[in-house]
Design a protein. Structure first.
Length: 471
């Protein structure tokens, strides 16, 4: 009996699904493919969660339709963008996006303006365009706070970031989807850090120091924020705490973090303490680790150019356990594939496979053929968007290494200059090395091996006890 009931339920649900698709087909056929029917077509497709499949109809409607705009499409765009992400729309020209009053599209337009550096226009676009209860509101508040901060309107920035924290948390409470909750959690955490960043930019280092503590160590973004905390301590001239923050990156659990500028800050901190040998060792170790590998990475990137499919497949292979031979490249790919933005793109892409299975089973084979073409077009673009994101991330990291190498060369020259000056001072004044004999330079203080010494609740709380040797 139960088995019979299950089969009947399955048949009934399948027939409902087919009915929605049939309605979409009838809308197209009755008006001979008239673009004005696309809102109804999209509406029926998304009832069956065919989000990627509906994208070409949305884009064509925004691009070519010249009649009276159907406001229904705004709601549909919001729904689709929530499930496929905003990247699919970001690649469209702004003049077509501007036709829509969709709050999600307004947010996307603001993001595009943010990239061009037109921050005042970002604020104008966001102002009153996104209702307080709209799913895009938390992300819009993050963008708003970032724009205010860049414009040096720090009080307004902090106000927006705090509103973003509250809005993200309230939206999380209404969400049942695990992935959406995670995205909102990451957005909230960036807004928490936005408060600290604004205070830091405004020279309020003590306040920033306390605000950074509001970010939980369980956060996805906490490891990358350690570096910012270290800089804040550096500006407070708390050099031992700076070194303590930086040494946390040696923890095995944080092996994937890629930020060569950590070594720059470490070297600068030793310089402030006039620990020239320690500074030199940081520089030499950096060159030994990165110089040859960096040249290989540059050749690799040049070889594959803008082959987005290759970069997508490389990331996919990496997630499946296939690692590149170059250690630097492996570290870079590891970091890129753990980035929340990459993970969202990647997860959305794989959800499109469910749509492919649905389309294959459709009874209307003519419509199935059309939808299959639409779906493949959307999925191909999404695959390339993932590949482009990975490529861009690798190029940015390669530039980071290049810049860090240049900075390291300057630091090395500075060390030589300072050491030479100190030698002259010692010769003229017959001075000894001062209090160096009182420094208990243990391995834990200087060269920690980290063989199981870390506990999760202690990461980031290390403080060195070095004494300055400056004269």
């Amino acid at each position: 009996m139960k088995k019979t009931l299950y089969i009947l339920t399955l048949i009934f649900s399948t027939s409902l699904a087919q009915a929605n698709v049939d309605l979409a087909w009838n809308n197209l056929v009755s008006r001979k493919g008239d673009v004005s029917t696309y809102p109804s077509v999209v509406e029926n497709l998304i009832k069956e969660k065919l989000y990627f499949t509906s994208l070409p109809y949305i884009k064509e409607y925004l691009t070519v339709y010249e009649g009276k705009y159907d406001q229904k499409m705004d709601y549909l765009i919001d729904e689709v963008a929530t499930h496929v992400g905003v990247k699919q729309f970001e690649v469209m020209p702004s003049k077509f996006l501007a036709r829509s009053n969709s709050p999600m599209i307004k947010y996307i337009l603001a993001k595009k303006l943010f990239r061009t550096g037109d921050y005042n226009k970002v604020l104008d676009t966001l102002n009153a365009a996104i209702p307080a209860n709209h799913p895009a509101k938390p992300y819009a508040l993050l963008l708003e706070g970032s724009s205010f901060s860049i414009l040096k309107k720090y009080k307004s920035a902090i106000s927006s970031f705090k509103a973003c924290v509250d809005k993200s948390e309230s939206e999380m409470g209404r969400q049942s989807d695990k992935n959406r909750k995670q995205q909102l959690s990451i957005n909230r955490d960036y807004c928490i850090v936005g408060v600290s960043r604004s205070q830091f930019a405004n020279g309020e280092y003590e306040e920033a120091n306390l605000s950074y503590l509001d970010l939980q160590k369980a956060s996805h973004i906490w490891p990358e924020i350690l570096f910012e905390e270290a800089w804040n301590s550096f500006y407070l001239r708390d050099y031992n705490r700076t070194l303590g923050k930086l040494v946390t990156y040696k923890a095995p659990v944080l092996h994937y973090i890629f930020n060569p500028e950590v070594e720059i800050l470490r070297a600068l901190t030793y310089m402030e303490l006039c620990l020239w040998e320690d500074t030199k060792k940081v520089v030499d170790t950096f060159y030994a680790k990165y110089q040859n590998s960096h040249e290989e990475v540059l050749k690799f990137l040049k070889k594959h150019g803008k082959d987005y499919k290759y970069f997508y497949l490389m990331a996919k292979s990496y997630k499946n356990g296939k690692k590149p031979g170059n250690e630097l490249l492996k570290n870079m790919v590891d970091f890129a594939t753990k980035d929340p933005a990459f993970l969202e793109l990647y997860e959305n892409f794989h959800s499109g496979r469910n749509e492919l299975e649905f389309v294959k089973k459709m009874r209307n084979k003519n419509f199935a053929r059309i939808l299959n073409i639409n779906l493949k077009e959307s999925m191909l673009l999404h695959r390339n968007l993932i590949g482009a994101y990975v490529r861009k991330s690798l190029h940015m990291m390669a530039r980071q290494v290049d810049k860090t190498m240049q900075d390291m060369s300057y630091i090395k020259l500075e060390v030589i200059r300072y050491k030479k000056r100190e030698l002259y001072q010692l010769a003229n004044n017959d001075r000894s090395r001062g209090d160096i004999k009182n420094l208990q330079r243990t391995d834990k203080q200087y060269f920690w091996d980290f063989n199981g010494e870390f506990w999760a609740d202690e990461l980031g709380d290390y403080v060195f006890t070095l004494k300055s040797e400056c004269r």
